[in-house]
Structure formats: C-alpha cells, structure tokens
Design a protein around this ligand. Structure first.
Ligand SMILES: NC(=O)c1ccc[n+]([C@@H]2O[C@H](COP(=O)([O-])OP(=O)(O)OC[C@H]3O[C@@H](n4cnc5c(N)ncnc54)[C@H](O)[C@@H]3O)[C@@H](O)[C@H]2O)c1
Length: 390
C-alpha cells in the first residue's frame, strides 16, 4: 500500500495509506494490527490516521474531519456530540465507529438525527476485560501491590504472621452490577476459580449465567464438595450489602452515574473489595477516597477514574487502592480485534451491507473471512437498517 503524510491547520500530523482510495476514512489514533487497514483497503478506502498520543480537542477533530469525509473511527476519550455529528453530516460522512464496546462518549441520538450509523466493537473485549477485573480482585484482596512496593523498598526483614494479611476469596460471595457479556464472564471466572457464590443486579435476568452456576454447583456436589448459589437481587443495594467482592460491569448512563456513592459504600462489608472496570463516573471518586481513608480494610481495584486521566486528590496515597490506567482491554488479540470490528463497521455501511445477526464476531477478525455485514451498529433500529437473515 502506498503512503503519504500531511499536517492539518490545527497542527495534527496525519499519515495516509492507499491515497488513491475512493472513500476517505479518518481514524483519530493509530490502531494495532494490520487487518483493519486491509479491510478498509479492500473497500477502496483512503485511510488517514492522526498521529501522536494527545487526546484531540473538538477543534482538532473538526479540522481533521474537514473537506469530504466518508467514514470516521474515533476513540472513547473523544466527545462525539450532536454538534460533531452535524459537522460530520456537512462533510458527507456516512458512518462513525467507536473503537470501544462502550459508547457513553457518543451522543447517539445526535448521530441518528442526521442519519449517521454509530458502530461499536462488542465480543472481543469480554474475556480480556473480565480477566483484568479478576486480576484487580486478587491484587486488592491479597494486597499484592502494597507488598510489591514494600519488597522493592528493601523493607522485607523476614516472614511474620501478621504481614500483609488479606482476604480469602474461596467460598465467599461475588457481587456483579451489570451481568451482561463482561459481568457474566467475570462471574464465571470467580465462581469456578474460587467456588464463590454469586449475587447480581441487572434489569435483565441472565438465565444463561444462572444455569451455568447451577450446573457447576451440581457438579461440585457430585464430587462431595459444597455447592455454590446464584441470586438475582431486586436492587443494587442487595448486591452491595451481601457481597464480599462487588465488581461493576454496567454501561455508564444517567441511572448508573454515581451509583457507588457514600450511602452505597456505607452498605458494604467493612473488609469488602470493590472493582471498577466499567466507567469511572459509575463511582463518586470523592466519596470513594473518603471511604478508603476511613476504612483501611476496605479495598478497591480501579481501571477507570471519574475524571480521566486525573485521579481524585488522595487516591494515589491510599495503600488500599490498586490503580491501573484503563488497560482492561489491553491484550494484543483484543486491541487488534477491536480495530478489525471498527473498520468492518465503516466498510459495511459504505458498501451498503446489513447488520450482522450473531454475537459471534470471529469471522470479522481476518480480512480473508470478512462477511458482507456490519458487525455492530447501535442505532441500526432507529435508522431502519436491515439485519442479515439469521
Ligand atoms: N475498562 C475497559 O477498558 C472496558 C472495556 C470494555 C468494556 N468496558 C465497559 O464495560 C461495560 C459493559 O460491557 P459489556 O460488553 O459487558 O456490555 P453489555 O451490554 O453486554 O452488558 C452491560 C449490562 O449492564 C446492564 N446495565 C445497564 N445499566 C445498568 C444499571 N444501571 N444497573 C445494573 N445493570 C445495568 C445491562 O442490562 C447489561 O446486561 C461497557 O459499557 C463499557 O463501558 C470497559
């Protein structure tokens, strides 16, 4: 593929591949892997990728998406609001895809109002994100980071009965807020890995997860071991009060914003573990820091922060917090897969393809097996887009 480069009026460096392509697709950050570029090239797209690590401002995004634009792949760190979609419409843009499964940074009604389909990338983040939630749970419960810091500081002077004593997970109760794809995958890891019982809150009943836990319990009992249970709570409070570990996996919206506040934290067990790999604003960070300071045996594992990339003052000094920089989806397979799905969404709309009818998105991950479909369009119904026949 041939390549060229230019700088926008706002000073953003742009790398262009397949410059002779018919459709102009703007990508606001460099993406991992090569399949996504091959996918776009197959549909005769000229691909323009903004270089650099700075989060782009609205003015920089508008400058980047000026002239004739056919499609855009954007990031969860950018605000794609109604004004941006009006701007995109003016360029002739026909599709936007988020490079994420969550799309709380996108004003979907604003996109629908101007007839622009919005894609996301479900199905490839599930296990990777659940694994990071499990890693944070173990690190927080067993005080791994505190102990690591102690060791590196040369403070280890010999084994002691009371040194870095944490919580055992085996046989305890794991609580899930939002038992969708990631919440259910995490629940299974904790139930099967640590023989934990499960309590969850979701507006939708997850009968598949319930059936799995019941079958696993029957298996344990057939081996002469104690079984596990699963219960769907009537309210989030029911989960926060009952569980030893609570992990947040709901989408961020008006209902879930600040779900974890001082009142909810007050309902939790004093030595509970709270994990957030969903979105930062699901917790009130000021309340969380106050709770961590007042309750040294309460522990938290955070991948996301209320005002990313900032942390609430004091959080970094709480030894009972394990904090990582929004890396839950950061496995090579997942990040490459997300790029493939975002590109397939853009290509699919530009080619006039229907929406894929299955949660199995594997066929989109290799350019040689690409179906004639868009893997995931969140406002397809509003825009009366067709689905593939099942
Ligand atoms: N940290 C990361 O890098 C990362 C990676 C992937 C996803 N995520 C976040 O995880 C979220 C979940 O992803 P998913 O693929 O499992 O989505 P999903 O749609 O499969 O599951 C979300 C579940 O949350 C439920 N829900 C929504 N609002 C709720 C509320 N107020 N209370 C309880 N349940 C509620 C929904 O009914 C659904 O079952 C995404 O929206 C995204 O924000 C974060």
């Amino acid at each position: 593929m041939s390549a060229e480069a230019y700088k926008t009026a706002e000073g953003v460096d742009v790398h262009v591949t397949n410059p002779g392509g018919k459709h102009r697709v703007i990508v606001t950050k460099e993406l991992p892997g090569s399949t996504w570029r091959e996918t776009l090239a197959k549909s005769d797209c000229r691909v323009e990728v903004a270089q650099g690590e700075n989060i782009l401002s609205q003015a920089e995004l508008k400058g980047l998406c000026s002239g004739k634009v056919d499609g855009v792949i954007g990031q969860l760190t950018e605000a794609w609001d109604a004004d941006m979609f009006k701007h995109l419409k003016g360029t002739g843009c026909r599709v936007y895809s988020n490079y994420a499964v969550g799309f709380n940074n996108v004003e979907v009604p604003g996109a629908s109002a101007v007839g622009i389909p919005v894609g996301n990338t479900p199905g490839v983040l599930t296990e990777t994100t659940a694994e990071l939630a499990a890693a944070l749970t173990l690190a927080a419960a067993r005080r791994v980071v505190e102990a690591d810091v102690f060791m590196r500081a040369g403070k280890f002077a010999g084994w002691l009965p009371n040194m870095f004593v944490g919580n055992l997970l085996q046989g305890k109760t794991v609580g899930i807020i939002g038992a969708g794809r990631i919440g259910a995958a995490y629940a299974r890891m904790m139930v099967e890995g640590h023989k934990m019982s499960c309590v969850y809150y979701d507006m939708l009943q997850n009968t598949r997860l319930e059936g799995y836990v019941k079958s696993y319990s029957a298996f344990l009992e057939s081996q002469g071991e104690k079984g596990v249970t699963i219960e769907r709570a009537e309210s989030p409070e029911g989960v926060f009060a009952a569980a030893d570990v609570v992990s947040l996996h709901c989408a961020l919206d008006n209902k879930s914003k600040h779900l974890v506040n001082a009142a909810m934290l007050g309902k939790m067990k004093k030595d509970a573990v709270l994990i957030n790999t969903a979105r930062g604003p699901v917790h009130n960070e000021a309340d969380l820091v106050a709770h961590l300071k007042a309750n040294p045996t309460f522990r938290v594992g955070l991948d996301v922060f209320e005002n990313e990339p900032d942390m609430y003052p004091g959080l970094a000094h709480c030894p009972n917090a394990v904090i990582v920089p929004h890396i839950a989806s950061a496995s090579m397979w997942t990040r490459g897969g997300m790029a493939s799905l975002a590109a397939a969404n853009v290509r699919g709309v530009l080619e006039g393809f229907p929406i894929w009818n299955s949660p199995d998105v594997e066929p989109f991950l290799e350019s040689s097996t690409l179906p004639d479909a868009c893997p995931s369009i969140v406002n397809g119904k509003e825009l009366k887009m067709k689905h593939m026949d099942a």
